[in-house]
Ligand binder design. Structure first.
Ligand SMILES: Nc1ncnc2c1ncn2[C@@H]1O[C@H](COP(=O)(O)OP(=O)(O)O)[C@@H](O)[C@H]1O
Ligand SMILES: [Mg+2]
Length: 378
């Protein structure tokens, strides 16, 4: 009988090294968990910290109000400027859900996302503390007649590209984050006009807000919604692609997706874009305030990609990484768009605070499940 001493020694060695690596990995994971928990603890504030920072949530400090609550400008004890979001949550929304949301938001950290710098949970009061962005939102600087500023073409392109990059990052992060509410007011700008996406990761905390509450600009906000999301509550990353397309058109056109100051055919930006596309008059879409100071090639490329993003059928819309590649010219655009998914009934919707549920939006122009005419997805 022969004993294979060499074989068993190798076997033992393999077992030992496996055990060593597994223990190390486990050690690393638990270290990571511990440091994550320590980090979350280090950015925890008390409500009195936030009251001091915001002068007791003084109305003059109020920056605005959205579907998740009011936002106040504040200065922390160490002098850091912040934006404090006072969340409207129901008592049954538990502590764990809120902490999971805080974890999710901090895990997605990226240069094109508004950074969460703190949180506070005291009784039923929940707050999120964000870095303060000097230029506030794209809605204010681009779309609001009273507060808008001149934004040149290069900056507009930069804004579109960086939003696409930020969204691609959210969609590819682990766990994936679908924003569900991409619109101009959720794009914040720093002092150099670098855009950062805000309000990501909150969908999970407010699942019932999916399509039920759109703040004061009901009809305008509806214009960003993909038809399948609005009508059937189907939220996939392709709903974000749709909203991104509408937003890109707003940036090129310097106007809101629904503007009743225009004649009927121009009111809905998406419909107007499609008409101009069919008539090969895309230059008419570009913000007249730019004069001739823009690149026609770049503008047409952006519009073409925006039309691909807003196709009726989610399957035909490109992923955000594909969108990014097409905008920056790393990928060719080989697909021609068909008519985008337009919620025609927006035109009949009153410009009021009415909830969308009462708007009787019954049909969408195109067939939501139309078979792709050429899939541009990667
Ligand atoms: N981090 C921030 N820095 C500066 N301003 C902010 C910040 N977050 C939000 N705001 C301002 O507060 C307003 C309200 O924000 P929010 O509650 O998210 O509602 P909405 O996004 O619907 O406008 C925004 O439109 C923006 O002007
Ligand atoms: Mg917001």
């Amino acid at each position: 009988m022969t004993v294979d001493c060499g074989g068993s020694a190798v076997f033992t060695l393999v077992l030992c090294s496996m055990k060593y690596f597994l223990t190390r990995r486990h050690g690393k994971n638990s270290n990571r968990k511990e440091s994550k928990a320590a980090y979350l603890q280090s950015i925890k504030y008390s409500s009195s910290d936030l009251e001091h920072a915001t002068r007791n949530f003084h109305p003059n400090n109020k920056l605005g109000e959205g579907e998740f609550g009011e936002v106040f400008q504040g200065i922390l004890a160490d002098g850091t400027e912040v934006a404090v979001k006072k969340l409207i949550t129901k008592p049954e929304q538990g502590t764990q859900e809120f902490l999971d949301t805080v974890k999710l938001i901090t895990s997605a950290r990226y240069q094109n996302l508004v950074k969460l710098t703190g949180w506070c949970l005291e009784g039923e009061q929940k707050f999120l503390v964000y870095e303060y962005l000097e230029q506030k939102s794209l809605a204010q600087v681009l779309l609001n007649q009273d507060t808008k500023v001149a934004i040149d073409w290069g900056v507009r392109c930069h804004i579109v590209i960086e939003i696409a990059r930020g969204l691609a990052h959210l969609h590819e992060s682990d766990p994936q984050i679908i924003h569900g509410n991409i619109q101009a007011s959720n794009i914040l700008l720093d002092k150099s006009f670098n855009p950062k996406i805000g309000d990501y990761g909150l969908r999970e905390l407010f699942p019932d807000k999916a399509t039920s509450s759109f703040g004061p600009h009901v009809a305008g906000n509806l214009g960003y919604l993909a038809p399948e999301y609005f009508l059937q509550g189907q939220l996939t990353e392709k709903a974000d692609t749709f909203s991104f397309g509408v937003l890109a058109l707003e940036i090129v056109g310097g106007r809101s997706n629904l503007d009743r100051n225009f004649a009927q055919e121009r009111m809905l930006l998406l419909e107007w874009t499609w008409k101009l596309y069919e008539e090969a008059r895309l230059a008419d879409l570009v913000d007249p305030n730019l004069g001739k100071e823009y690149s026609e090639d770049e503008a047409f490329r952006l519009i073409h990609v925006a039309l691909l993003c807003t196709q009726s059928s989610p399957a035909t819309r490109p992923s955000m990484s594909r969108v990014l590649a097409m905008i920056i010219g790393d990928a060719g655009i080989r697909v021609f768009p068909s008519r985008p998914g337009i919620l025609q009934q927006l035109l009949q919707a009153p410009l009021s605070q009415e909830a969308p549920a009462t708007l009787e939006i019954t049909t969408v122009v195109d067939d939501l499940h139309a078979s792709p005419s050429g899939c541009c997805d990667s």
